[in-house]
Design a protein around this ligand. Structure first.
Ligand code: NAD
Length: 281
């Protein structure tokens, strides 16, 4: 494994690209929007500068990482010689299906196709390709360079060899992995979405302020981040899509809080738009 292509350069794609390049992979980053690629490149450069300034990495490693990355809206150019493609596009099944059909046509037969979905079925995604044995979910966490885990979810036909190969990639990225059997929301999103949704219900019902709900969870229950600040970090549009999928597949317990839908309608998507449950510079 030498070449990784990342499809979708938003919050997660840019982080996966950053960590992969720093770990020595050649990384081709693709997005349908050139502005998203420009933002991703800018974000990665800033993160590399921060890490260099703080002495976490050396200047020459930062330069090498940047040198190992390309950014293009041409998906063929990005994926045609990739050993592994990691898709981090929108959390919508029709988008993922379209992307995977295209990847299946453009990539060499040996290429492993991974999705960074938070909730969805790698079996359903893999079934759209001629290589369901080489399709797997690699669920990274946000921010990718700080979070230690990758949750690996096997589809019905995912081969053991594919699991082993992506585990080794995980080790090269200096991450821990857990293997999870396929079920909507896996382990982490199923739990986390429910906690976040309940925090939003508490806020909507006027039980406490956003700041006090988060403070209570951090100081009383030892969560490193409050559920509302975490939702702002994830992106409220992405969180709403996660909830809608879980509601559809797991039932009533996962009905998205109306306040979440209202924020998304208002374009208040959290950190990425500067406003969500909190305001950002
Ligand atoms: P995002 O909205 O920040 O970025 C998505 C990017 O995908 C955008 O730049 C968009 O232009 C691009 N895109 C859309 N369609 C595309 C296509 N057909 N080809 C190429 N690029 C395309 O979303 P995100 O938060 O990075 O989430 C991406 C995926 O990662 C989702 O499946 C999400 O559930 C999952 N995820 C998100 C988080 C999180 O904290 N945000 C954590 C874990 C997993």
């Amino acid at each position: 494994m030498k070449k990784i292509a990342v499809v979708g350069s938003g919050v997660m794609g840019r982080g996966i690209a950053y960590v992969s390049a720093l770990s020595g992979f050649n990384v081709h980053v693709n997005d349908i929007h050139s502005e998203a690629l420009d933002k991703a490149k800018d974000y990665i450069q800033k993160e590399l500068n921060k890490s260099t300034d703080r002495g976490f990495i050396q200047q020459k490693d930062a330069e090498q990482a940047m040198h190992q990355m390309t950014f293009s809206t041409d998906v063929k150019e990005c994926v045609q010689d990739a050993d592994l493609v990691i898709e981090a596009a929108l959390e919508k099944m029709d988008v993922k299906v379209k992307v995977f059909k295209e990847l299946d046509e453009l990539c060499p037969e040996s290429t492993i196709l991974a999705t960074n979905t938070s909730t969805m079925s790698p079996t359903e995604i893999g079934a759209q390709t001629s290589r369901p044995d080489k399709v797997i979910a690699m669920h990274f966490f946000n921010p990718v360079h700080k979070m230690k885990l990758i949750e690996l979810i096997k589809g019905l036909d995912t081969s053991e060899q594919t699991v082993q190969t992506v585990k080794e990639v995980g080790e090269q990225l200096n991450k821990e992995t857990v293997e999870v059997n396929e079920f909507p929301g896996f382990v982490t999103s199923r739990m986390n979405c429910l906690i976040g949704n309940e925090a939003m219900n508490l806020l909507m019902e006027g039980v406490a302020s956003a700041r006090d709900i988060d403070k209570a969870m951090k100081l009383g229950l030892n969560h490193p981040m409050g559920p509302l600040e975490l939702a702002d970090l994830v992106g409220l549009d992405t969180r709403l899509r996660n909830m809608e999928y879980l509601h559809q597949t797991l039932g009533e317990k996962y009905r998205p809080c109306p306040l979440l839908s209202k924020y998304v309608k208002a374009g208040k998507l959290g950190r990425k738009t500067g406003s969500g449950f909190y305001q950002y510079e």
